[in-house]
Design a protein. Structure first.
Length: 243
């Protein structure tokens, strides 16, 4: 088998999770507000706009600080964080996830080039496959390595991504796939650190949950706006190697 293989994160490069995370934030605030009301301690909630919220998330502002700026204090913040962790992967909120603009076209470029895409994600595999099936994208993915814990993607621990990617690389090598020019494409520091730990070229895309300025600090090999751009550049590299 000589097909080239790349590794790619799911949330961020392929899936836009911003609406889900913002809806989770608002529902978490509503639930804390309802608890306070039931206890006879009404409170004033200051909802951030989606643009404000997502800018804070992209620049790694802690959820605890976001909650404080939204009007919560002390135990209310702990209650909010617990609510968010509990509901972020609820089916009703997962429906807010959308395909990133032109991600489908980018994946089609890779298919035309004969490049295999192996997903390495902290999402549970059943969630990933449900989304791919729903959006007719299963054709684009050759293999999938996920996490069993439903909240692993939200906490986004780099050591978990390193473990998943290490397993993915070892398995692809064992099956004889071409890893002479492997990339790891992702939108967070966990993706960059995992790729660097295994000696892969890293592609940081800025359409996800981290800003360009934040990602630059981790020194990815490439920093591009989205998966579409990354796929175009990869196509160019493959074309040059074939000359």
């Amino acid at each position: 088998m000589s097909q080239a293989t790349i590794f790619c994160d799911f949330d961020g490069p392929i899936v836009d999770v911003s609406e889900r995370y913002y809806a989770t934030y608002r529902q978490g605030l509503d639930q804390v507000g309802a608890i306070a009301q039931a206890q006879g301690k009404p409170m004033t909630i200051r909802y951030l706009s989606k643009a404000q919220f997502w800018t804070f998330k992209q620049n790694r502002v802690p959820d605890r600080q976001i909650a404080h700026w939204s009007g919560l204090n002390g135990p209310q913040i702990d209650d909010f964080l617990a609510q968010v962790s509990r509901i972020v992967n609820h089916a009703s909120l997962l429906d807010h996830d959308r395909i990133q603009p032109r991600a489908r076209e980018g994946l089609d470029i890779l298919r035309q080039c004969g490049i295999r895409v192996v997903l390495v994600t902290l999402r549970p595999p059943d969630q990933v496959m449900a989304f791919l099936d729903q959006h007719d994208l299963a054709w684009a993915i050759s293999d999938l390595y996920g996490m069993p814990q439903a909240d692993a993607a939200y906490t986004n621990q780099a050591n978990h991504k390193v473990e998943r990617l290490q397993m993915a690389v070892a398995t692809q090598q064992r099956h004889g796939y071409d890893l002479r020019h492997p990339w790891m494409i992702g939108d967070t520091e966990a993706d960059i650190m995992a790729g660097q730990a295994l000696g892969l070229e890293t592609v940081a895309v800025t359409c996800g949950i981290r800003s360009s300025n934040y990602l630059q600090g981790f020194r990815p090999t490439y920093l591009w706006p989205d998966l579409w751009t990354a796929c175009q550049r990869l196509q160019q590299q493959v074309t040059l190697r074939q000359r």
